[in-house]
Design a protein around this ligand. Sequence first.
Ligand SMILES: NC(=O)C1=CN([C@@H]2O[C@H](COP(=O)(O)OP(=O)(O)OC[C@H]3O[C@@H](n4cnc5c(N)ncnc54)[C@H](O)[C@@H]3O)[C@@H](O)[C@H]2O)C=CC1
Ligand SMILES: O=C(O)CCC(=O)C(=O)O
Length: 423
Amino acid sequence: MASLSYVSDEVNSPWATYLSQVERVLPYLGELSRWADTLRHPKRALIVDIPLEMDDGSVRHFEGFRVQHNLSRGPGKGGVRYHPDVNLEEVMALSAWMTVKCAALNLPFGGAKGGIRVDPRELSVKELERLTRRYTSEIGSLIGPQQDIPAPDVGTNAQVMAWMMDTWSMNVGATTTGVVTGKPIHLGGSLGRVKATGRGVFVTGRAMALRMGLPLENCRVAVQGFGNVGSVSAELFTEAGAKVICVQDHSATLFNANGIAIPALIEWQKQHGSIANFRGATAVSNEAFWEQGCDILIPAALEGQITAERARKLMCSLVLEGANGPTLPAADDILRDRDITVVPDVICNAGGVTVSYFEWVQDFSSFFWSEDEINARLDNIMEQALGSVWLKAQSLKVTLRTAAYAVACERILTARKERGLYP
Ligand SMILES: NC(=O)C1=CN([C@@H]2O[C@H](COP(=O)(O)OP(=O)(O)OC[C@H]3O[C@@H](n4cnc5c(N)ncnc54)[C@H](O)[C@@H]3O)[C@@H](O)[C@H]2O)C=CC1
Ligand SMILES: O=C(O)CCC(=O)C(=O)O
C-alpha cells in the first residue's frame, strides 16, 4: 500500500484510524478487495486561504478545507466543521467516513467534508458571516447540488448554511437551495433535520438495546458532548424512560445518580453556551466520565475519545457513536473482548445525512413533506440499516463496525468496478 506524501505517521490520527478500519474489512470483500486502494485515496482535496477583515479593522487569515473522498456512488456529501483543531488529515478522515456512511445507508452519495481552522466562539456574527461567505466562494468550484453538498457539523448550524446557500447562489446567478442541506426551514430546509442525528442515535440505540434484552426504562445513560447530537440523544432517551446520569461538554462534567433534568440542562446550555455551573447535578472530574457505571455510553463530541486506556475502564454494555471516529482501533479490540457492543458512527449518527438526503430531494422537487413523514421514513431507514449490519455481523462473526464496512465497501467498490477506470 503506497502512503500519501501529505499524511503524517501519527498512529492515532483520524486518518490512521480510518485506514485501520478499512484494513479490517478487506478479508471479507473477496475479489472486490482488488479495488481497495480507492478507499485509501481521497479523490480531491482543496486547501484555501480565507482572509477576513475583523470588526476592529485588522486582517486575519484562516485555513479552510474541502475534501471529496469518493464520488463513485454519487455527488459528495458531508458537513463543514468550524473548530480550532481542524486540519487536512482530520477532514480527509471525516470525508472518508461520509463515503462509508452514505453507502452503509444506501444513500446515493459519495463522501466529502469541509472545515475551517477557527474557533467560531471568538468571532462576532458579522465576522462569522464574512468568513463563511469567503470560504464558500473559495470552494465554490468544487461544490454544487450535483457535485458536492455541504451541511452542518461541529461549530456550524442552519444560519451558516443559509449564508453558504446565498453566496453560492449569488455567484452562479440563480437561487440554488439544493447546494447545501441543514438550511433554515423557509429557505428550503427540511423539517426534522435539526434533531435527525440525535434521533438516529436514539433509534439505532433502541433497536440494539432490544436485541440485547436491555430495557430503556431506568436505563442509565452517559453522554459526552451536549451540542446538536448529544443534547437531542439525551432528550430522546429521557423521553423513553432512561436516566441520563452523566453529561460532559468542553466546559464541565456533570453527574446525578437520579438522572439529570435534560430539558432544564438544554435551556441552561442555550442561555450560557455551556453546561458549566448547572445546579441540578454535581460537577466531577473529566476523567470520571469514563468510569461511571452506566448501561449506555454516547460519545457525541470529537474523534479519538475512547482510547485503549479508557476502553479498559468503561462500565457500560452498549456504546452508541454519535460522534464521528470517537473510538481508536486498539480500543475497539478491547471493547470487543470485553463484550461491550459498539454501534459504529457510520450507522449510528447517519440520521443527519439521511434527512439531508430528504432535504436535497425535497429541494429538487420543490415539494415538502410533513415532519411525521420525515421521522417515519428516517426511523425505517435507520432500523433497516442496523438490521442488515447486525445480520452481516452474525454471519461473518465480526463486530458491527467491520460488518457496516463490509456492507458499505461492497457497494462502493462494486460501483467503482462497474464505472471502470477510464472516464
Ligand atoms: N450535526 C450533525 O448533524 C452531525 C454531527 N456528527 C458528529 O457528532 C459530533 C458532535 O457534533 P455536533 O453535535 O453537531 O457539534 P456541536 O458543535 O453542536 O457540539 C459539540 C459538543 O461537543 C462538546 N465538546 C467539544 N470538545 C469537547 C471535549 N474535548 N470534551 C467534551 N466535550 C467536548 C462541545 O462542548 C459541544 O457540546 C461530531 O463528531 C460530529 O462530526 C455526526 C453526524 C451528523
Ligand atoms: O447532513 C449531512 O449531509 C452530513 C452530516 C455529517 O457531516 C455527518 O454525518 O458527519
